[in-house]
Design a protein around this ligand. Structure first.
Ligand SMILES: Nc1ncnc2c1ncn2[C@@H]1O[C@H](COP(=O)(O)OP(=O)(O)OP(=O)(O)O)[C@@H](O)[C@H]1O
Ligand SMILES: [Mg+2]
Length: 510
């Protein structure tokens, strides 16, 4: 007897259907598995055989051959166990094959027949739906994550016996429902607020502009001036996620195994703040089976690098490619994967080891020490930071009441949302959402300058010795500043402000 059951494999962020074919024929008892399998997939043979026996299903001693097709793509992970078990049962005529039509099976089996959760359920279910499958049997603990996708029935299963029972009695299948879009629309509260930051108007303005266009931001200044404080409040002013963005972010978390019953969906823009001792692989992603790194977990959100010069230099340099391409390509012998990295990078740093340069009355560092410290940030990396702002020390008058309380996050977010809506209209149908994502062709269309502005830009380009990249990035920031003030055209003030955000490079690194 022959049976064929569908499961979904993962390659990076993408799922693809896999057929688990089983043939049972008379002959010496044997169990072989083929189809370009990694060791954990080959081990499924022992897991599934034992799980079947412990669930009360005795297979006849026959020659069993299993093939995972297509046979030219390497299969990794443990998510095929359930499909393999069902395929074996169908080939042994213990369940009718036609009952499995249109169903995709995902899940790892324990030796006692229980189903264990697996990574990447969300992208797998999305792919199953695209492939025209109507029902998905998956581990009970993954059911809410799967139910986020509408248009496909999700049946959460606790063990193998339950799967067999529900296949025999389809009327008892109760699809899981998850009101995902409603969860996304709920308002969220934060424990911190921008109103707590006294003074520092320059940094706050830059943070607002960065949030509005998703530009990279670098904060430099003396200790205790509020850099980390401002960076940690950026999530409170970021615009909400659209449904498409929410799904894209959640898929990354699904592949990383970070979704669960309580959090089946990522509803806020992520804010990731890895410690500076982080390894390159953890930051960028990697491993034998490639997993997303911090930069991908911060997709559509913020990657905050506090104390930037303290990071390993090599670790920082690997950010250069994803900062430009907005995705990470990871190639392995077992297969390659690409992960999204559409991230706004926020970094904070002191200008020297003691933190007080260029205040020579307090700074103890020699000029060469300062150079060495600043030299840990390479010029190409600096070139990618769209807005660099200085944090002056906070004066006592900044704290004096009642003027001390700054604008609340809600007020700032309203302006950011307004600028975001302008960008959404501008890029409708382009699959981009923010000014920072503009490619050169978009820049030439949407950042056109008038004759007066052209002259100013030429002068800025020549005096600041801008690179072509810096020129494009400056225009994008100017576009965001114009959007924030609700103006259709970029004006001289926007160009000058955007250029101002590039002047620290000269001051500290020049
Ligand atoms: N502008 C400010 N308004 C109100 N409180 C502030 C401000 N700046 C600093 N503080 C207070 O100082 C604390 C430390 O600030 P923060 O961690 O942001 O400093 P920092 O600039 O990141 O310093 P470092 O360079 O040492 O990392 C804050 O938790 C807050 O209590
Ligand atoms: Mg800090």
């Amino acid at each position: 007897m022959y049976a064929s059951i569908i499961s979904i494999a993962m390659n990076g962020m993408n799922g693809y259907p896999v057929r688990v074919e089983t043939d049972v024929s008379p002959g010496l008892p044997e169990f072989s598995m083929v189809g370009f399998l990694s060791s954990e997939v080959r081990e499924a043979r022992e897991r599934v055989r034992t799980a079947l026996r412990n669930s009360g299903f005795a297979l006849l001693p026959k020659k069993i051959t299993v093939n995972l097709a297509p046979a030219d793509i390497r299969k990794e992970g443990t998510a095929y166990d359930l499909a393999l078990a069902v395929s074996l049962l169908a080939a042994n005529e213990m369940i009718p094959q036609e009952r499995t039509d249109g169903i995709v099976f995902i899940g790892e089996l324990a030796l006692n027949g229980e189903l264990r959760p697996v990574h990447g359920v969300l992208p797998r279910v999305c792919r199953a739906k695209e492939a025209g499958l109507t029902t998905c049997f998956l581990p009970f603990e993954n059911r809410r994550e799967g139910a986020v996708v509408d248009g496909i029935r999700i049946i959460g299963i606790k063990d193998l016996r339950e799967a067999v029972h529900l296949l025999a009695c389809p009327e008892e299948q109760k699809p899981e429902v998850c009101p995902a879009r409603e969860i996304l629309e709920q308002t969220r509260t934060y424990s911190v607020d921008f109103s707590e930051v006294c003074g520092q108007y320059g940094m706050k303005r830059a943070a607002e502009a960065a949030a509005a266009g998703m530009h990279n931001l670098l904060l430099i200044g003396s200790p205790g001036s509020g850099k980390s404080m401002i960076a940690r409040r950026i999530p409170t002013i970021l615009p909400g996620l659209t449904w498409e963005e929410c799904l894209a972010v959640s898929k990354v978390y699904s592949v990383a195994g970070l979704l669960n019953d309580k959090q089946p969906l990522i509803v806020c823009r992520p804010f990731r703040a890895p410690h500076h001792t982080i390894s390159t692989a953890a930051l960028i992603g990697g491993g034998r089976i490639p997993r997303p790194g911090e930069i991908s977990l911060a997709d559509r959100g913020v990657l905050f690098l506090d104390e930037l010069p303290e990071f390993q230099k090599n670790t920082l340099e690997v950010l250069r490619q994803p900062m430009e391409d907005r995705q990470v390509m990871i190639a392995r012998t077992a297969g390659s994967g690409s992960f999204p990295a559409d991230t706004m990078i926020v970094a904070a740093m002191n200008p020297c080891r003691c933190g007080y340069y260029p205040d020579r009355s307090r700074c103890q560092c020699s000029i060469s020490d300062v150079r060495r410290y600043l030299g840990r940030i390479s010029r190409p990396l600096l070139d990618r930071m769209d807005l660099c702002v200085e944090a002056p020390p906070v004066g006592y008058s900044d704290f004096s009441m009642p003027a001390a309380a700054g604008e609340s996050s809600a007020v700032i977010r309203e302006r950011v949302e307004k600028a975001r809506r302008i960008q959404q209209d501008r890029f409708r149908g382009e699959n981009i959402f923010f000014n920072a994502q503009m490619q050169p062709k978009h820049v030439s269309i949407h950042c056109r300058l008038g004759a007066h502005e052209e002259r100013i830009m030429k002068e800025l380009f020549e005096t600041k010795k801008l690179s072509a990249r810096a020129y494009h990035r400056l225009l994008k920031v100017a576009r965001t500043l114009a959007d924030l003030s609700g103006e259709p055209d970029i004006r001289d003030i926007h160009l000058i402000e955007a250029a101002e955000y590039r002047s620290l490079e000269e001051k500290y690194w020049g």
